[in-house]
Ligand binder design. Sequence first.
Ligand code: AMP
Ligand code: MG
Length: 526
Amino acid sequence: MIRKQLAGIQTTMTSSDVPMIESLGAPDSQFHSLRFGFENTYARLPQRFSAQLAPTPVAAPHLVKLNVELARSLGIDPDALMSTQGVDILAGNRVAEGSEPIALAYAGHQFGHFVPQLGDGRAILLGEVMGRDGVRYDIQLKGSGPTPFSRRGDGRAALGPVLREYIVSEAMAALGVPTTRGLAAVITGERVLREIALPGAIFTRIAASHLRVGTFEYFAARGDTEGTRILADYAIFRHYPEAAHAKRPYRTLLDAVITCQARLIARWILIGFIHGVMNTDNTSISGETIDYGPCAFMEAYDPATVFSSIDVNGRYAYGNQPRIALWNLTRLAEALLPVLQQEEGNDEAALASANEALATFSHTFEHFRLAGFRRKLGLLSEREGDLALVQDLLDRMANNGADFTLTFRKLCNAAASPESDKDVRSLFTDPETYDLWAIGWRLRQKEESVSGVDRAESMRKVNPAFIPRNHLVEGAINAAVERQDFQPFEELLDITSRPYDDKPGQERYSSPASPEESVTQTFCGT
Ligand code: AMP
Ligand code: MG
């Protein structure tokens, strides 16, 4: 609930404090083979929305991964992207025709504390392209050198975090979760200094947009209502065009973001994903998962699971994610108050409108969560006791250290034949606890006239066999960083790109980490 307008937000920054850098000269005109077909709209917004600057060139770029299918879906020729010129563009050594590189301004609450200016400190938006699906996408380089928003950072990225973002974002896409995507990874031939010197890399990210809750906070914190309105109109144009025709467009925008975020967080919950750093600057307006830092997948089910080394209080723990999403959406609603006020006529009505919208989050989230768990249990209809049945299983899993992904995957076979119960029960420290739950599950199944085989089939489409388990991600990264061996990275990408297919002989990829392999902490790596 919002109590006071822009409670606690204070800033002395003004938009004129953000340094601007002159635009680059004309892009390379002899470069014809590679056409992105840029159609840039963000660069048309007022100057204070971004800083114009080109990426900083790197010493010796080398392409280590290109997402050929994704390139095609964006209408970009993958062969041209693999050419020297293409790699130069992906490395920031060349500005492509039609590209208008900019670093975006935004603010954000980090671990609950407001920072009035963050912005793209190591990322540059090259431009926007229309995908074959009719959706407009941002093409962004991450790790492309310092920008006016870099503060003390070097603007660079290390290879490890780049490969991590590539693996996990592509796995999320394959799992059907809204997410930014990885188009390419390039090594720079330069070292970046973290605790030690590490190989540098640049990640090419594709997103439906890079609008964040923090982008709205940036303008709200400056009292820039005109900026907020322009941004809200842009978000409507980009993501929720139907809102433009609504009676109350900005309230409709807020409702739409709340719904998309509720659905997104439910998807995370349903696959055991922990984002790890759900700051408002990492909360997208499009409802995509964005910014894969210390993210990780839970193995043994426990709602208190935290991997991020910096999340000492468990603010972003697995089970806390819905609450945090609502907290972040409340910051969005606060930032939108000035435009809601214009829509509603006065402050009080704007506040009431914002609170009314926020009040829907929990119900919407619970709806998506329960619907998802029903599908995971192969239940095709809705019954009163379903939530209790789900919760009972989860409690038993939590008390018995059952692996989240494997339990649901093994339940698919158990739905087809009780003989397969043995594979599920063995995941519980006390196998009988599963047997007791399964009695209720089978009774519930009897209320539906679906064959076991069909039920199992439907369950296999929503319960993945393969997720990017932390020890596998870590292993793939280490091989690439320490031995320049990208084979494990390729293999993991391949396995996780078809997460719902059984792959006999690939148990190494579906099994939880052994105690020696187990990875209990992840790092931002910035
Ligand atoms: P992130 O943790 O990636 O969401 O980043 C939070 C903020 O820190 C954003 O404003 C980033 O652009 C900035 N940032 C992170 N790493 C660097 C870096 N190496 N150089 C400059 N800015 C950075
Ligand atoms: Mg971020």
